[in-house]
Design a protein around this ligand. Structure first.
Ligand code: ADP
Ligand code: MG
Length: 462
């Protein structure tokens, strides 16, 4: 934190009072460095690690500039994936709560076109979307960028990694030249410098230190020689430490699936997250992980990037990351908010170069740590504390979290504490309940009525 209050900035009072209600008191470092520049109307390149508060940095900047009475698309925010776009859309809406009648629209792939076209016809002030889908709308003429005066590239490095360079160029060609461009990125490879040169005007560069507080994260390194070794080491460590929530990073989608399947077969509560999954499976994976119905997420960097899966008790590098900054990024998801974090990395002889680079980057020696003893194989894997129930009805059916809590707590079936996270989408609702009351909860929801009608209900298992 920067120790600087938001009120030290020339922000509209409705934004400031909303920030107070959100309990955003001080600016984070990246906010303190970038907001003055953004509010000054300048282009910016801002580099900061995941969780540093980049969304509010650009979000407050663009909201402060927005003219709500002019019902035109004034801001376009590009994000690499649908999950990120959804998260950014949500955060912008939260930040904008003090502004009446503001319309934020999310346009992503994997969603049907029809409703998006309908929403576009109704108009919006801010569009958040993925490059592919935005490009599609532009080519069909269903989206017009003539009034855009702020363009944001969020997670720019990841968008380039994912091959969106051409899409981004096409999109920018259709945006006015007179505009403010804000580029946010976690890392700063050469590709970013190139694109920045083409699309930004005299940008100010700000960078917030990407290394973490070494004391908060204990890092361990294990030498392995093949896939079986890695799997074995992973099992031993999971059984020894029994983390409540952990992410296992792999370098390929295939490996994600393999590792996940092996863990599930051995009774671990794991889920896979990678780009080849159907959208609905991705959504469900994230929901189950975030609501504690699964304790291990096996993921690629691309799939996990930028997602609000922080506060992990442990991070595993099934493979050493290709890049030191990515390594630091991965492990930075643990050891947050004053808690101790654990980071376990597996490396083989082939990784010698990466280990040397990492030693240099972390300014420490890396030597082989000893694995837990084989006796831990007798332990049973921890079960997740929660189980997820899905209701085939959501916001469109006018369901609200209160309806669900009401149904579950009626006749003292469940206590408030036994109900976990509730997440509503357009046509589905997901409810986490404590494992021991899953039966009662399921019966309550499937036999009872919500908003006067019956809904199909199912228990979501891995
Ligand atoms: P990034 O995009 O840099 O990875 P986010 O914008 O997603 O990070 O922010 C991470 C978390 O920090 C979010 O949950 C957000 O609500 C919270 N946050 C951001 N800025 C502040 C602040 N100034 N005070 C308190 N919480 C904040
Ligand atoms: Mg972000």
């Amino acid at each position: 934190m920067s120790q600087l209050p938001f009120s030290s900035l020339p922000l509209h009072s409705d934004l400031l009072s909303n920030l107070e209600s959100l309990d955003y008191n001080e600016m984070t470092d990246i906010q303190a460095q970038s907001l003055p520049v953004i509010l000054d109307g300048k282009d910016i390149i801002a580099q900061g690690k995941t969780g540093s508060g980049k969304t509010a940095a650009f979000g407050l900047g663009l909201l402060n500039k927005l003219d709500v009475k002019r019902f035109r698309i004034q801001t376009l925010i590009l994000c690499p994936t649908r999950e990120l776009a959804d998260q950014v859309g949500k955060e912008i809406r939260r930040l904008a709560r003090g502004i009446h009648n503001i319309k934020v629209l999310t346009l992503c792939g994997g969603m049907p076109f029809g409703p998006q076209i309908g929403s576009l016809e109704h108009g919006a002030h801010i569009i958040v979307g993925t490059p592919g889908r935005i490009e599609d709308h532009l080519s069909k003429g269903t989206l017009n960028l003539d009034n855009v005066d702020t363009l944001v590239l969020d997670e720019a490095d990841r968008m380039l990694d994912m091959g969106f360079q051409d899409s981004i160029d096409n999109i920018i060609e259709q945006a006015p030249k007179e505009r403010q461009t804000l580029l946010f990125s976690a890392t700063f490879p050469d590709q970013i410098a190139n694109i920045a040169k083409r699309i930004l005007k005299d940008p100010v560069t700000v960078k917030v230190e990407s290394t973490h507080d070494n004391d908060a994260i204990s890092q361990y390194f294990y030498k392995v020689s093949n896939h079986e070794d890695r799997m074995y080491a992973l099992r031993l460590l999971l059984l020894q430490y029994q983390p409540e929530s952990a992410v296992v990073f792999c370098n390929t989608k295939r490996e994600v699936q393999e590792v996940n399947d092996e863990l599930v077969n051995r009774g671990f509560s794991a889920i896979a997250l990678h780009g080849d999954l159907e959208q609905k499976d991705r959504d469900q994976a994230l929901i189950r992980f975030s609501n504690k119905s699964a304790s291990i997420m096996v993921a690629t960097d691309v799939a996990a990037r930028g997602l609000d899966i922080d506060n992990l008790s442990a991070v595993f590098n099934f493979d050493i990351a290709h890049d030191q900054e990515v390594h630091v990024h991965r492990i930075g998801r643990t050891g947050r908010a004053g808690k101790k974090g654990l980071a376990f990395s597996f490396y083989s002889n082939k990784d010698a170069g990466r280990i040397i680079a990492l030693e240099d980057y972390l300014q420490r020696n890396i030597s082989e740590d000893a694995l837990p003893s084989e006796s831990v194989l007798d332990y049973t894997p921890t079960q997740s504390s929660m189980i997820t129930i899905r209701i085939e009805g959501g916001k469109k059916q006018k369901l609200r979290p209160g309806d669900i809590v009401g149904a579950l707590t009626a006749d003292n079936a469940l206590t408030f504490e036994q109900i976990g996270k509730i997440q509503l989408s357009a046509n589905w609702s997901y409810i986490a309940v404590q494992r021991e009351c899953i039966k009662v909860a399921f019966n309550k929801l499937s036999e009872g009525k919500l908003k006067g009608r019956k809904f199909r209900v199912m228990v979501v298992r891995g």
